[in-house]
Design a protein around this ligand. Structure first.
Ligand code: C2E
Ligand code: MG
Ligand code: MG
Ligand code: MG
Length: 285
């Protein structure tokens, strides 16, 4: 009896595993098609000056409207792209689109996320060089964001990859700082141009004294190393003010704008530019 029940449970478990695998395969197939048909789009989220709240850059974030399902979160399909070898094509597509879009915004920095699967390839810097050349965009305007996971596993290769990229003139930012091991030693060694503090820390800035202490210490450390700091996930004005006072020079989050289509960024920039004469008149008066 007990044996029978055990077997039934086992079969059930195997069926669940099969279903998982099938779903994953279906997702991978749909994603492959979406990449081939260029159905992935890119949304842009404002990066703002911490004091003036003016838009100084944008982060490119991939978007996928999966046929028959609706929008799928990058957190759900980027890992699949990573393990199925699709990440290089996906990453290249996003980088191309982002650089093309950036041509309309000559005053903005453009930040693009890079996965370990792209970064690991010794030819990655060459891809980047070609894309920049095709888009005729200044390398200094481009920031590539990498997370620490890969860095900790492969410190030596990471250092080499960063060096190659920096030789092109692009900037390299450490993304999601504070979400994982966040090795302080690496901050200095790798030659990052910026760190971005993860939302899991910034979200508690007003409510949790330990999070606040960690944030203050982290920003102070980064500044001691002459590294500018972006605070991610700012959802209220008060959170933004606190992080600005701690020393962040750049803020990002729903309070300033969710990821949005290219045209909406252009519209906001037009409004922002139109406001400048007002401000100059005010100070002159
Ligand atoms: P990330 O690079 O840390 O990007 C920030 C994520 O936080 C974005 O989620 C953004 O929509 C979200 N976010 C920004 N402000 C707020 C806020 O105030 N509140 C909340 N709740 N969320 C906020 P998204 O677009 O879902 O992307 C998730 C992650 O997927 C990204 O985290 C990045 O690691 C990865 N990703 C997105 N696009 C790409 C891409 O083109 N290539 C690669 N390799 N990874 C990407
Ligand atoms: Mg990012
Ligand atoms: Mg991040
Ligand atoms: Mg993230």
């Amino acid at each position: 009896k007990a044996k029978e029940a055990g077997r039934a449970r086992m079969i059930c478990y195997e069926t669940a595993m099969d279903t998982d695998r099938e779903e994953r395969n279906a997702l991978e197939l749909d994603l492959r098609n979406a990449i081939e048909r260029q159905e992935l789009t890119v949304a842009y989220q404002p990066l703002v000056d911490a004091v003036s709240h003016q838009i100084t850059g944008v982060e490119a974030l991939v978007r996928w409207n999966r046929p028959g399902y609706g929008p799928v979160s990058p957190d759900a399909f980027i890992p699949v792209a990573e393990t199925s070898g699709l990440i290089e094509a996906l990453g290249l597509l996003v980088l191309r689109k982002a650089c093309a879009a950036a041509r309309q915004w000559p005053d903005l920095r453009i930040a693009v996320n890079v996965s370990p699967g792209q970064f690991r390839n010794p030819a990655f810097a060459d891809y980047v060089r070609h894309v920049l050349k095709d888009a005729a965009i200044e390398a200094e305007r481009v920031t590539l964001e990498i997370t620490e996971g890969y860095m900790i596993q492969n410190p030596e290769r990471t250092r080499q990859s960063i060096e190659r990229l920096k030789r092109l003139g692009v900037k390299v930012a450490l993304d999601d700082f504070g979400s994982g091991f966040s090795s302080i030693g690496y901050l200095r060694q790798f030659g990052f141009d910026r760190i971005k503090i993860d939302r899991s820390l910034t979200m508690d800035v007003l409510t949790d004294s330990h999070a606040r202490e960690m944030l203050q210490a982290t920003v102070a450390l980064a500044r001691a190393l002459d590294l500018p700091v972006t605070a991610e996930g700012i959802e209220t004005e008060e959170q933004g003010t606190a992080l600005q006072l701690f020393g962040c020079d750049e803020l990002q989050g729903y309070f300033f704008g969710k990821p949005m289509p290219e045209a909406e960024i252009s519209r906001r920039l037009a409004v922002q530019t139109a406001r400048v004469p007002d401000r100059e008149r005010d100070t002159a008066a």
